[in-house]
Design a protein around this ligand. Sequence first.
Ligand SMILES: *Cc1c(COP(=O)(O)O)cnc(C)c1O
Length: 394
Amino acid sequence: MTIDVARARAETPGTESVLHFNNAGAALMPQPVISAIKGHIDLEASIGGYEAAAKTIEAQERTYAAAAELINAKPHEIAVVENATVAWCMAFYGFLQTMQPGDRILTAEAEYASNYIAYLQAAKTRGIEIVMVPSDETGTLSVDALENLIDDRVKLISITHVPTNGGLVNPAAAIGRVAKAAGIPYLLDACQSVGQIPVDVEAIGCDMLSVTGRKYLRGPRGTGFLYMREAMLDRFEPPMLDLHSAQWTAAGEYELREDARRFENWEDYIAGKIGLGVAIDYALSWSMEAIHDRVTHIAEMLRDRLAATPGVTVRDLGREKCGIVTFTVDGITPDQVRAGLAEEAINVTHSTINSTRLDMESRGLDAVVRASVHYYNSESEIDRFMEVLAALRP
Ligand SMILES: *Cc1c(COP(=O)(O)O)cnc(C)c1O
């Protein structure tokens, strides 16, 4: 199956007003997602929020089943939460309760700032050791180095699949094989990969995985989900509980929910939850393989054009690359490039050292322009992007 780009664009109202290369920030939502969210808000306005929730249980349940289908998990292994950070933190801070001073977390150079700040807090308050797995000459996490670092002190492998600041794809499945062989739990930040790359938790072998709705999945802002492998549920409790994640069964007792929804809390953005399910079904209707092929093709095209432009340096690392394209331009800062493009209704972001400090420091970079493409972006948008960029160069 290939992507019908004309149909994808016709179903994406935003393509009429902007050239959107900010899909790693928040992708343009397709019409079915927009309609689902608006429809639920209208229902809440006309009959009441609780009443609207009661009438849409099927659509809400579909979100769990759709998320499970997308990543080859079971619906009861999914918790739908506010964003990827909450998903990741529920897993990380929950698991942290099982760790002792001197225990080690193995992580990678491309790690996302929010995750790394959590490791630093674990180091400060709990005496946990953070160990960096070196990258190979392509900037990819070295699986050999990872294997060499495995010992009794290592209690968690926690890796970012695709970093926020570039096209790198870390070898999630090879890491999973090492984790499995060593019997070490594996937490994968799949925030930038799910929605652009087929992600299968069985093939990868991760035990916990965090996803956001608004990026490559094209869902609403303020949504995300956590995958928690069934076998992990008995190993630790969520770091916070409420009357949805647990039941107050006697004056001095509580009981946890049986399923992964113990990582949720009661109040919910129902319109967003339904919209997220519709976004996942929309992605599945194209097929993740077709999406991946198209995203990789468009990104490669953009990278080639940028690399052939004097004064422009492509900054993406990795053997395998994805839809995130990063670059710098001589004589003009990434933020100036972003602002110049924005004047022509072209959306990119600039990714700074604050999001991925270890990687950026090791490469002597302070910021890069991030142009993140999706399957609905067209070849002619690349032409226009290159024209406007050429005019910006000093
Ligand atoms: C954006 C991002 C996150 C955080 O996702 P939120 O939905 O904003 O919480 C985590 N990890 C990576 C790699 C990201 O790019």
